[in-house]
Write a protein that binds this ligand. Structure first.
Ligand code: IMP
Length: 196
C-alpha cells in the first residue's frame, strides 16, 4: 500500500521514512498536491492526529497517516501537551517554547516528563470500507535546566530519556529513532501494516 504521511515537518518525514525502510513507499503532502494547512483544533493529541489524517483522506482520497505529538510535563499538569508547538504563542517558535518551558520549571525539583505521539491511519479496503486505526507511543524522561546538543528538533535538547545520559539533542538520530515516542507509535503502525 502506498501511503501519504500527512506532515510538513521535514524532520519527522526523515525519521519516519528511516523507520519504515523500503517496505512502504511514502508519499509526501507535496507529492499528492496538498499545500493546505492541516486543521488541528480538537484540543487533544489523539483528536488532532485523527483530524489531520481524516482531512487528507477526505480531500485527496489517499491512504494516509498523520501524527500528533506533545511534551507532557508532570509538574505543569501535563502542559504544554497538545499546545507544545505554540506553547509561547504565535508564531510557532521552538526557541521561545524552550525558554518558556525552562522559565515555568525554574526552581521546580520535579523534572519528570514524557513525549506522547499518536499516529492515525486512514485507508479504504478493497471492499470499500474506510478503516481508521490509532497507535500511541510514549517515552519518559527528565527536563534539564539548560539545553544540550544541536541535533533533533523542538524540545529535544532539553529532554533526557530515562536510561540515557544524553539528551535527544545529543543522541544520534539513529539512537533516537530506536526509543522515541514516534518510533514506538510507528512500531504499532508498521506491525499493523504488515498484517493488512
Ligand atoms: P506536532 O506533532 O508537530 O504538533 O508537534 C508538537 C510540538 O512538539 C512541536 O513544537 C514540536 O517541536 C514538538 N515535538 C514533536 N516531536 C518532537 C520530538 O521528537 N522532539 C522534540 N520536540 C518534538
Amino acid at each position: 500500500m502506498e501511503l501519504c504521511f500527512a506532515t510538513n515537518n521535514a524532520h519527522k518525514l526523515e525519521e519516519v521514512a528511516a523507520a519504515l525502510g523500503n517496505a512502504f513507499p511514502l508519499r509526501t503532502l507535496r507529492e499528492i498536491g496538498c499545500a493546505d494547512e492541516l486543521p488541528e483544533t480538537t484540543g487533544t493529541i489523539p483528536g488532532n492526529s485523527h483530524q489531520k489524517a481524516r482531512y487528507v483522506f477526505d480531500h485527496f482520497d489517499v491512504a494516509c497517516f498523520a501524527d500528533d505529538t506533545g511534551l507532557e510535563v508532570d509538574a505543569l499538569n501535563g502542559e504544554p501537551g497538545v499546545d507544545s508547538a505554540y506553547y509561547a504563542g504565535e508564531p510557532r517558535d521552538n526557541e521561545r517554547n524552550k525558554a518558556l518551558l525552562l522559565k515555568n520549571l525554574d526552581g521546580e525539583p520535579n523534572r519528570r516528563a514524557q513525549f506522547r505521539s499518536v499516529f492515525t491511519l486512514v485507508y479504504r479496503t478493497d471492499s470499500g470500507e474506510v478503516v481508521e486505526q490509532q497507535f500511541e507511543g510514549i517515552v519518559a524522561g527528565t527536563i534539564l535546566t539548560a539545553p544540550r546538543g544541536e541535533g533533533g528538533f523542538g524540545y529535544d535538547p532539553l529532554f533526557m530519556p530515562d536510561g540515557y545520559t544524553q539528551t535527544f539533542g545529543e543522541l544520534p538520530l539513529s539512537e533516537k529513532n530506536k526509543i522515541s515516542h514516534r518510533a514506538r507509535a510507528l512500531e504499532g503502525l508498521v506491525a499493523y501494516l504488515r498484517g493488512v
